[in-house]
Design a protein around this ligand. Sequence first.
Ligand code: ATP
Ligand code: MG
Length: 159
Amino acid sequence: QETDIAEMLEDVADRFSFQIRQKRISIRTVVRRDISTAWLDRDQIDQVLGNLVSNALKYTPEGGSIEMEAGRNSEGMLEISVRDSGIGIPKKDIERIFERFYRVDKARSRNMGGTGLGLSIAREIVKAHGGAISLQSELNKGSKVTFTLPLEKQRRDGA
Ligand code: ATP
Ligand code: MG
């Protein structure tokens, strides 16, 4: 359905407001001027965003920050990123991170809960909608997951 992007991002932040407050995380959403609404499969994209923000929260220590940003990329696609100031991911793990059940060393994941499915589900949804997802990360500095969605195709499909 036609979705106000700023509202969608703020809704996601609201869903996690308890944990955000509990961990004293500062969260910011930025919607660039080149986009305001888009035709989206709202349930599915909410799930992608939820998985990404849930990770950002899980893997960012107290007092850190999370930023969600949306805009149009150079190919005219909707581009949304979720960036955190968290523990980051070692280089050797980055290429496998979207695999099902893949988790960076068991020690740090064990006490966090979860199954290692969040990112693989996010990738499946994004791919099914004709987009792409990627992750950049630096150990002990933070991570940024970016996904794209075609704007025009979705309108034709009536998604
Ligand atoms: P689930 O999402 O099923 O609850 P999970 O969070 O462990 O479990 P994924 O979301 O698929 O699984 O993430 C896979 C692994 O990637 C995580 O276990 C974690 O090690 C690493 N990871 C994901 N996002 C981040 C992030 N923002 N910062 C640091 N590490 C991350
Ligand atoms: Mg997860």
